[in-house]
Design a protein around this ligand. Structure first.
Ligand SMILES: [Cu+2]
Length: 107
């Protein structure tokens, strides 16, 4: 490995070591998820750090992910997903289904 490449890779490996699972920030605002398309690595457990900025509670629900979790208004919650096979896994905010929906894409 040349020195340039080693220097480029070092911060990445340190970050992975320090963080454990990859972490992805998700915001609920105006009864919508942002991002509403969440890309995660397949075959790896991932940590979703979900912040509900609305004043009302929301329920992150997905039958295919087997997740059902209420996130009170103005609060943060951690949701673990995976390890997942490559594919698309829909989720909704059950309290505001019409606007709050999205998909986890594992690849
Ligand atoms: Cu539910």
């Amino acid at each position: 490995m040349n020195r340039l490449l080693a220097t480029a890779l070092l911060p990445l490996s340190l970050a992975a070591f320090a963080a454990g699972e990859p972490e992805i920030n998700v915001v609920i605002e105006g009864h919508k998820f942002a991002p509403d398309r969440i890309e995660v690595p397949a075959g790896q457990k991932v940590k979703l750090l979900v912040e509900n900025k609305d004043s009302t509670p929301e329920e992150f629900e997905s039958a295919s992910l087997r997740i059902e979790k209420v996130i009170p208004g103005k609060s943060k919650s951690t949701i673990y997903v995976g390890p997942l096979k490559a594919g698309e896994y829909k989720f909704i905010g059950e309290f505001n289904e019409k606007t709050a929906n999205g998909v986890v894409v594992a690849k």
